[in-house]
Design a protein around this ligand. Sequence first.
Ligand SMILES: *Cc1c(COP(=O)(O)O)cnc(C)c1O
Length: 365
Amino acid sequence: MTNKKTSASRWVRKVIQQQSSYHVPPAGDFIKLDAMENPWPMPEEINQAWRESLAGSHLNRYPDPQASELTQRLRKLLAIPDEAGVMLGNGSDELIQVILMALAAENVSVLSPSPSFVMYEVLARACGLSYAAIPLQRDFTLDMPAMRKAISEHQPAVIFLASPNNPTGAVFQQSEIEEILELAPGLVIVDEAYQPFIREGYEDFMSQLAEYPDLIIMRTLSKVGLAGIRLGLITGHPDWMTQLDKLRLPYNINSLTQATASFAIEHWSVFQQQIDEICVERDRVFNALSSLQGIELWPSDTNFILFRVSDNRAEWIHAQLLAQGILIKCLNRADTALENCLRVTIGRLDENDIFLRVLSELLLS
Ligand SMILES: *Cc1c(COP(=O)(O)O)cnc(C)c1O
């Protein structure tokens, strides 16, 4: 590269220059328990059939721009009401970006509880929107008085509610989400990325879609075994979907993703079995963590567990685990609700056992 200076600092918008890049640690040979992936690859018994299903893809041609066949299958799989519109994204991250681009204007604000999924804030700021983060209570439930006040003050164009929430792992109470839907002056995105891992007794919001014109539900296949194909979706009132669809890039869902997702839905019982096993493992890991001294942890309706270590040791434990080949997520930030918190994704049984053994040794040292 030339030594001459580029003009990037002159032209790239200041909010972008001030942003740090989204850091993803290299996976290497680590036991990877940091990114909420399903630990199992496509099962052997359907792997051959999957490869064959790809053979019909015409890679010289653009994909079906509407992904019609896949959309039909997703409607059935997720029990999306017939009247609702659906839009697919290259991961739900892309859909968050599309929503924010559609709403971006001066003095428009976005609101979400905090802590929550970081991309809401990152993308809101990149789009030049102002972002109101409303702290959750100490136990990571919604602070409803604060939410009511903030909604009334900020009049947000969109509220993001990840339920179950990332990185805390818990669902928000249905009645509280309903109250927010009643109060909100604009869109409410209920991000149900972890819906497949929710315990019995909690209704997701799909069946409520017809009741609330400004409700959009977001789902993804990333957490259930298909992170690599990047497929997310939003569903809601056709008025919203028609507007948002104008910002979707043509052909955003590539042919291999369309074919693979269709194939996976046809063989959903295989994935469902993996999801069920992950839930069993989650409860086992939760119980094991609960029995360790010096750990505070929160019940999870997801495929990960948030926990706090004592004596200011989160960074140290994270580094020590890494040194022993185990990658989890360190969320520690001093003087925040996540002080000394770590997040571990549920892996395979053998991986979880190694994690638990090393962690318990570290806690004793
Ligand atoms: C992982 C995650 C997503 C993003 O999923 P992709 O479809 O992989 O982009 C969205 N929301 C929440 C809360 C998540 O944890």
